[in-house]
Write a protein that binds this ligand. Structure first.
Ligand SMILES: [Zn+2]
Length: 243
């Protein structure tokens, strides 16, 4: 059976995490939420005296992006484990930067990051190509209108325990507790309008260019309208996959 690797991209509020979860629940995908993984890693009590972890924890807690080479190393290692265990893998919104995705693609970066023998630093896409094969890698782009993006984030309620995001509509907006686990729902700090603006800018400046990079590398981006209900978007994605 073919093993697949998917990267779901799109602006904040496009429904990347929801779509990744739907595929994980239904189609043998492991949803590798790299942001959540890194957060847990730097706060692992067993690693609290590790020098590198301490350095990265400081960055993380102050809101600065973690060292790209560190992010690349730990996410690559974990991805290898997922592939070896025989799972499809799905990323939601990551790799986040051109460097994390494609390694040293610019001359400047190459100078900064090449090892002493001048070897190129591999990106996560290079690793995925080795593990899954280029023809089994599917970049998906969820397109939504900026006003929808803002609207969704303004109203987003997330469970404090299972992190389930509650769909906002007429039937659900009065929810106080999570329909999945019963814990209290809350608004996320990153969804407040000021932080949200920064996230949009970061996304446009740093993440969006990855799609161009992938195209140059010969990938066809699967464009999907992200505005319908999540299950309908899920069906559209499935239609484009060989599963
Ligand atoms: Zn919950």
């Amino acid at each position: 059976m073919r093993k697949l690797a998917l990267m779901i991209y799109g602006p904040p509020g496009a429904g990347k995490g929801t779509q990744a979860n739907l595929l994980a629940w239904r189609k043998n995908f492991i949803h590798f939420d790299t942001g959540k993984y890194l957060e847990q890693l730097v706060h692992d009590p067993n690693l609290k005296n590790d020098k590198v972890i301490r350095r990265e924890r400081k960055l993380f807690d102050s809101g600065i992006l973690m060292t790209p080479s560190f992010v690349l190393k730990v996410t690559s290692d974990k991805t290898k484990e997922i592939a070896k265990a025989g799972f499809n893998v799905i990323f939601s919104g990551s790799p986040r930067t051109l460097f994390e995705a494609l390694g040293d693609t610019s001359a400047d970066l190459r100078k900064l990051n090449a090892d002493k023998r001048g070897n190129k630093q591999k990106g996560l896409i290079d690793i995925l190509e080795e593990l899954y094969g280029k023809k089994n890698i599917y970049p998906v782009f969820l397109k939504i209108d900026p006003t929808v993006s803002i609207q969704r984030n303004k109203n987003r309620l997330v469970c404090g325990v299972c992190a389930n995001a509650v769909l906002y509509n007429d039937a659900s907006h009065w929810h106080k507790t999570c329909p999945l686990c019963g814990a209290e729902l809350r608004r996320r700090v990153v969804d407040n309008p000021k932080v949200f603006k920064t996230r949009i800018q970061e996304y446009q400046k740093r993440t969006f260019p990855i799609l161009e990079g992938l195209k140059k590398r010969g990938y066809k981006i699967i464009n999907i309208d992200g505005s319908p209900l999540p299950y309908k978007v899920h069906q559209q994605i499935l239609k484009k996959l060989p599963i």
